[in-house]
Every structure is written in C-alpha cells, then in structure tokens.
Write a protein that binds this ligand. Sequence first.
Ligand code: SF4
Ligand code: FES
Length: 278
Amino acid sequence: MTTLTIDGQTLVAGPGQTVLETARAAGIAIPTLCYHHALGPYGTCRLCIVEAGGPSLSHTITTSCNLMPADGLIVETATPRIQALRKTILELMLSGTKKTPELRCRAGAAGITNSNNTGTHTSARTGRISAGTSTDPCILCGLCIRVCRDTIKANALSFSVSGTGRHKVAEMVAMTKERCIGCGTCAAVCPVGAIHLEDRGALRRIVLYGKTANKLPLVRCDLCSRPFTTEQFILSVLSRVDHTLRAGIGHICPDCGRGRFATALTGQFPPADRQEIQ
Ligand code: SF4
Ligand code: FES
C-alpha cells in the first residue's frame, strides 16, 4: 500500500493507480485532455500537471496522469502556478483552433472565457505551433487512434506525418476506410468533438474535421426495422464472443434487445406499441 498526500488529504493509492486516478477516486478534480480511463495515460496534452515532491522526487511540476504514487509523496493540484500554466496551455490550444462546445467548456473551467486568435494552431502531441488558423478543433491528442487500434482492434486511424529524418511532424488524423467498422468509438472519446457520426436513412457517415471520412450502410433491426449499426460492427462483435453468446447477438437494435430482455425477465413487456412491431 502506498500512502501519499494530495491537496492536504492523506490517501492510499490502489494497485496500479496513478496520481491522477488516486486523486479522482478521492473526488479531487484534475483536468485532462489526452487521458481516458479505458486507455490509460499518454502524457501529451500536459493539462493534468501538478506540483509534486517527496522523499523519492525533488519538488517539480509534472503530469499526474503518468505519475506513480510513492510513499510520502506530496501533491498539490491547483496552486496559482499550476492554474496559470494550465490556462496558458489551453490558451495556446485555443488560439487558431476551431472552438467546439467541448473545448470551450474545458477552457471555461480553467477560467478562459475569451481567447485571442493568434493565427496559430498548437498540437497537444508535440506542442508544435503551426502558422495559420486551423478550421478544425483537433489537438492531436491521439485518443481516437489509440482506442481504434488498442480497444476496437480496427486500426483504421493514424497520424499523417510530414517531414523527413528527425523532423517528422504529426499533422492530422487520417483514416484508412477499408479498416473502419463505423462503430463510432473514436467520436465518443474525442475530447474536442473533432469526429462525429451522422446517421441519415440507412447510411452512416464518419465525419472527421468537418469532412466525410467514410460512409457505411446501416443494417436494419429484425424487429423494428430501424437502421441502427453497421454490418462490420456486428461482425467485429461476433468475432470476439464465445460461440455460446453468438446466438444472442444479431440484427436486433439496443431498444428491441432491452425489450426482449425485459419480456424474458418479467413476462410483462413489451408494451402494446412494441407488440405490434413484433
Ligand atoms: S480527432 Fe479528437 S481524439 Fe483524435 S487526435 Fe484529434 S482531438 Fe484527439
Ligand atoms: S492528461 Fe496527462 S498529459 Fe494529457
């Protein structure tokens, strides 16, 4: 067991928990952009910085998402210095970047209500400041790429890279259409709303940086006929589950699936309108 102090509270870190996770478990909020609990730390956006010091660490400012607790570590998450640095980091990200509601919300939480557009765009991944106003809000945090590669295992997204030798620079997220299964997990994890799904009729568009990156047909629910997901997504799920579970997975939308389950449990569902459909 590791005991540390965060914002004056003595806390015991759980097995494998980072300082960020230990703080959050205790209700101490630390802002993040490139961290997701399903993927773990990445350490690029720097928004989660804290002041930390103790027997095994000289007093320093460091990212908390990849800082492992140590006995006697003392962490301060919101000193004036930290708050000023976070504000600067966010201001750099906001300058020249399209300001989505998600990005404005994070900026507002850091006390930034109006950012000057300096005509530059700052990458969370490299800190590189590029000239010109970007028309997309992407901060190159890498979450969409990691979730698609490591969790979904589709590996449809990657950073497009320019330059040669040691001067390679990640510039934007690119999609390999043939690998995309249209699940939308990338859109769900993107912290700034740079990716979203548009379902119109029986077609799903994956919109990246405001442009259609891929289009996939949607399959219809066997029970209610609504288009609800892609064939590629169903095949991906089927490929991961034991054969005993496969029979329960098919072309049935989540709503009808829940209705079916409720019927099996209670004998009282579905309600009249659902019975008509069946
Ligand atoms: S599209 Fe979103 S999740 Fe992907 S790198 Fe850009 S900001 Fe991060
Ligand atoms: S959340 Fe820690 S560096 Fe991004």
